[in-house]
Unconditional design. Structure first.
Length: 215
């Protein structure tokens, strides 16, 4: 079940809408403040390690219902107990709205990876994402699919690296590759960024430096 709240800043007039699902110190949160949309998971455990202290990025794995497992790098929160989705969460939220459960695996400090499952049924996508934005992202995704080279192993797992997040402008494939975290298990770096046109709306796979994971 989702707990939804809304507040307005008395000074700026900004409206913040929040939806939370979970129990105790562990929950998944969707937050929209004015035009800024973000998704994060509170784990209730300390997540900073020697491996992520410099990048501020921790590897996670998740799936919706019985769907495929997706592995990504999510950004650490300021208190090092939460993890933020690394780019525009619109495609993620579209999947969330159709799911009953969301299983999430994270890596606490000095522990083996931990997993938790949230009941996410009933998420109201329209409260956070305008229908026009979702449609535009789908159209852009169709246009750019042909630009993405096939995986070396046929797998669908994608590792996203927020340190190469394009957001407002696109870096060249070489520039993005040069900024990849050293030692990352990369088969193919920065797929499609070299051919994408600056200023176009990018789906999540193209808004970051994408890399296929080797088996």
């Amino acid at each position: 079940m989702w707990d939804v709240s809304e507040s307005k800043d008395d000074v700026t007039g900004e409206v913040t809408k929040v939806a939370e699902a979970g129990l105790g110190s562990q929950n998944i949160v969707v937050r929209k403040k004015d035009k800024r949309l973000e998704v994060f998971v509170n784990t209730g455990e300390f997540l900073e390690t020697m491996e992520n202290v410099e990048t501020g990025v921790s590897q996670v794995a998740y799936k919706f219902d019985d769907g495929p497992v997706i592995r990504q790098g999510w950004r650490l929160s300021g208190d090092n107990e939460g993890l933020f989705y690394p780019s525009d969460p619109t495609p993620f939220l579209e999947k969330l709205a159709k799911a009953r459960t969301f299983a999430f695996q994270y890596r606490p400090a000095d522990k083996v990876p931990q997993s938790t499952t949230f009941d996410v049924s009933g998420f109201a996508l329209g409260d956070f994402v305008a229908p026009g934005k979702a449609a535009a992202q789908h159209a852009s995704s169709r246009q750019l699919t042909a630009a993405q080279p096939p995986s070396a192993n046929g797998g669908e797992t994608i590792f996203n690296y927020p340190e190469c997040d394009q957001r407002d402008s696109l870096l060249s494939a070489k520039d993005c590759s040069d900024r990849m975290r050293p030692g990352a298990p990369v088969v193919q770096q920065c797929a499609a960024l070299a051919t994408a046109e600056p200023g176009t709306t990018q789906p999540e796979e193209y808004r970051v430096c994408a890399a296929k994971a080797p088996k």
